[in-house]
Write a protein that binds this ligand. Sequence first.
Ligand code: PNS
Length: 165
Amino acid sequence: MRRAACPGSFDPVTNGHIDIITRASGLFDEVVVAVGVNKSKNRLFSADERIDMLREACSGFDNVRVDGFQGLLTTFCQEQGIHAIVKGLRAVSDFDYELQMAQMNSSLTDVETVFVPTSPEYSFLASSLVKEVATFGGDVSGLVPGFVNERLTARLAELRAAGEG
Ligand code: PNS
Protein backbone atom coordinates (compact mmCIF):
# COMPACT_ATOMS: atom_id res chain seq x y z
CA MET A 1 0.00 0.00 0.00
CA ARG A 2 1.55 3.30 -1.09
CA ARG A 3 0.21 5.86 1.36
CA ALA A 4 0.97 9.59 1.26
CA ALA A 5 0.23 12.59 3.44
CA CYS A 6 -0.95 15.95 2.08
CA PRO A 7 -0.19 18.20 5.07
CA GLY A 8 -1.18 21.78 5.67
CA SER A 9 -3.04 24.27 7.80
CA PHE A 10 -5.98 24.57 5.36
CA ASP A 11 -7.36 27.76 6.96
CA PRO A 12 -9.50 27.40 4.87
CA VAL A 13 -9.14 24.77 2.12
CA THR A 14 -8.86 26.37 -1.34
CA ASN A 15 -9.30 25.07 -4.89
CA GLY A 16 -5.48 25.00 -5.08
CA HIS A 17 -5.33 22.52 -2.17
CA ILE A 18 -8.02 20.40 -3.81
CA ASP A 19 -6.00 20.37 -7.04
CA ILE A 20 -2.96 18.95 -5.18
CA ILE A 21 -5.07 16.42 -3.24
CA THR A 22 -6.73 15.29 -6.49
CA ARG A 23 -3.40 14.70 -8.15
CA ALA A 24 -1.95 12.95 -5.09
CA SER A 25 -4.95 10.63 -5.04
CA GLY A 26 -4.05 9.56 -8.59
CA LEU A 27 -0.43 8.87 -7.66
CA PHE A 28 -0.90 6.96 -4.39
CA ASP A 29 -3.14 4.13 -3.16
CA GLU A 30 -4.22 6.15 -0.15
CA VAL A 31 -3.89 9.85 0.71
CA VAL A 32 -4.22 11.19 4.23
CA VAL A 33 -4.93 14.91 4.29
CA ALA A 34 -3.08 15.87 7.48
CA VAL A 35 -4.41 19.02 9.12
CA GLY A 36 -1.88 20.69 11.42
CA VAL A 37 -3.68 21.53 14.66
CA ASN A 38 -0.76 23.14 16.52
CA LYS A 39 -2.07 26.06 18.53
CA SER A 40 0.78 28.48 17.79
CA LYS A 41 -0.79 30.29 14.82
CA ASN A 42 -3.84 32.53 14.81
CA ARG A 43 -6.48 30.73 12.81
CA LEU A 44 -9.78 31.97 11.38
CA PHE A 45 -11.25 28.46 11.70
CA SER A 46 -10.77 25.96 14.51
CA ALA A 47 -9.09 22.61 13.82
CA ASP A 48 -12.49 20.85 13.86
CA GLU A 49 -13.94 23.35 11.41
CA ARG A 50 -10.97 23.00 9.06
CA ILE A 51 -11.20 19.20 9.22
CA ASP A 52 -14.99 19.32 8.59
CA MET A 53 -14.54 21.50 5.52
CA LEU A 54 -11.83 19.22 4.15
CA ARG A 55 -13.99 16.12 4.75
CA GLU A 56 -16.76 17.72 2.74
CA ALA A 57 -14.33 18.84 0.00
CA CYS A 58 -12.80 15.33 -0.23
CA SER A 59 -16.02 13.33 0.04
CA GLY A 60 -15.88 12.40 -3.66
CA PHE A 61 -12.55 10.55 -3.38
CA ASP A 62 -12.62 6.92 -2.25
CA ASN A 63 -8.89 6.83 -1.40
CA VAL A 64 -8.62 10.10 0.55
CA ARG A 65 -9.24 10.55 4.29
CA VAL A 66 -8.74 13.56 6.53
CA ASP A 67 -7.11 13.55 9.94
CA GLY A 68 -5.66 16.14 12.33
CA PHE A 69 -2.19 15.95 13.79
CA GLN A 70 -0.37 17.69 16.61
CA GLY A 71 3.37 18.01 16.96
CA LEU A 72 5.74 16.80 14.28
CA LEU A 73 4.47 15.75 10.87
CA THR A 74 7.11 12.99 10.79
CA THR A 75 5.71 11.47 14.01
CA PHE A 76 2.23 11.43 12.42
CA CYS A 77 3.72 9.78 9.30
CA GLN A 78 5.43 7.09 11.39
CA GLU A 79 2.23 6.37 13.33
CA GLN A 80 0.20 6.10 10.11
CA GLY A 81 2.69 4.07 8.04
CA ILE A 82 3.21 6.97 5.63
CA HIS A 83 6.47 7.18 3.64
CA ALA A 84 5.66 10.07 1.29
CA ILE A 85 4.64 13.67 1.84
CA VAL A 86 3.06 15.48 -1.12
CA LYS A 87 3.55 19.24 -1.31
CA GLY A 88 2.41 21.67 -4.00
CA LEU A 89 4.91 24.17 -5.35
CA ARG A 90 3.31 27.37 -6.62
CA ALA A 91 6.46 29.23 -7.60
CA VAL A 92 10.22 29.29 -7.07
CA SER A 93 9.58 31.39 -3.97
CA ASP A 94 8.00 28.33 -2.28
CA PHE A 95 11.00 26.16 -3.03
CA ASP A 96 13.62 27.30 -0.47
CA TYR A 97 11.42 26.74 2.56
CA GLU A 98 9.83 23.57 1.18
CA LEU A 99 13.26 22.08 0.40
CA GLN A 100 14.45 22.87 3.92
CA MET A 101 11.37 21.19 5.43
CA ALA A 102 11.69 18.18 3.10
CA GLN A 103 15.32 17.66 4.08
CA MET A 104 14.58 18.11 7.78
CA ASN A 105 11.68 15.65 7.57
CA SER A 106 13.72 13.00 5.77
CA SER A 107 16.51 13.43 8.32
CA LEU A 108 14.00 12.72 11.11
CA THR A 109 12.39 9.61 9.63
CA ASP A 110 12.11 7.46 6.53
CA VAL A 111 9.90 9.79 4.52
CA GLU A 112 10.29 11.27 1.03
CA THR A 113 8.73 14.55 -0.06
CA VAL A 114 7.17 14.59 -3.52
CA PHE A 115 6.73 18.07 -5.01
CA VAL A 116 3.81 18.57 -7.38
CA PRO A 117 3.71 21.78 -9.43
CA THR A 118 0.51 23.69 -8.77
CA SER A 119 -1.72 24.00 -11.82
CA PRO A 120 -1.08 27.45 -13.39
CA GLU A 121 -4.60 28.69 -12.67
CA TYR A 122 -3.91 28.30 -8.93
CA SER A 123 -0.33 29.54 -8.80
CA PHE A 124 -1.29 32.78 -7.00
CA LEU A 125 -3.69 31.13 -4.59
CA ALA A 126 -3.07 31.05 -0.82
CA SER A 127 -5.50 30.75 2.11
CA SER A 128 -4.03 33.94 3.61
CA LEU A 129 -4.82 35.96 0.46
CA VAL A 130 -8.30 34.47 0.19
CA LYS A 131 -9.00 35.62 3.76
CA GLU A 132 -7.61 39.08 3.10
CA VAL A 133 -9.59 39.57 -0.11
CA ALA A 134 -12.79 38.26 1.53
CA THR A 135 -12.26 40.51 4.57
CA PHE A 136 -12.32 43.56 2.30
CA GLY A 137 -15.38 42.38 0.40
CA GLY A 138 -13.63 40.90 -2.65
CA ASP A 139 -15.19 37.99 -4.54
CA VAL A 140 -13.41 34.70 -3.76
CA SER A 141 -16.16 32.45 -5.09
CA GLY A 142 -13.92 31.12 -7.87
CA LEU A 143 -11.08 30.31 -5.47
CA VAL A 144 -12.74 28.10 -2.84
CA PRO A 145 -15.59 25.57 -2.89
CA GLY A 146 -19.05 27.18 -2.54
CA PHE A 147 -19.67 25.86 0.98
CA VAL A 148 -16.27 27.22 2.11
CA ASN A 149 -17.16 30.62 0.67
CA GLU A 150 -20.39 30.55 2.68
CA ARG A 151 -18.60 29.63 5.92
CA LEU A 152 -15.95 32.27 5.26
CA THR A 153 -18.58 34.97 4.69
CA ALA A 154 -20.42 33.90 7.86
CA ARG A 155 -17.25 33.84 10.01
CA LEU A 156 -16.12 37.26 8.79
CA ALA A 157 -19.61 38.67 9.50
CA GLU A 158 -19.44 37.20 13.05
CA LEU A 159 -16.06 38.84 13.61
CA ARG A 160 -17.30 42.17 12.27
CA ALA A 161 -20.36 41.98 14.56
CA ALA A 162 -18.02 41.29 17.49
CA GLY A 163 -15.86 44.25 16.47
CA GLU A 164 -12.87 42.04 15.61
CA GLY A 165 -13.02 42.09 11.82
O1 PNS B 1 -0.31 25.17 5.13
P1 PNS B 1 0.99 25.38 5.83
O2 PNS B 1 0.84 26.40 6.95
O3 PNS B 1 2.11 25.71 4.89
O4 PNS B 1 1.35 23.98 6.53
C1 PNS B 1 2.55 23.84 7.20
C2 PNS B 1 2.64 22.47 7.90
C3 PNS B 1 1.46 22.28 8.87
C4 PNS B 1 2.60 21.37 6.86
C5 PNS B 1 4.00 22.50 8.64
O5 PNS B 1 4.08 23.64 9.41
C6 PNS B 1 4.22 21.28 9.51
O6 PNS B 1 4.55 20.22 9.02
N1 PNS B 1 4.00 21.46 10.83
C7 PNS B 1 4.13 20.41 11.81
C8 PNS B 1 5.33 20.65 12.72
C9 PNS B 1 6.59 20.06 12.11
O7 PNS B 1 6.66 18.89 11.75
N2 PNS B 1 7.61 20.92 11.97
C10 PNS B 1 8.88 20.58 11.37
C11 PNS B 1 8.85 20.87 9.88
S1 PNS B 1 10.39 20.52 9.13
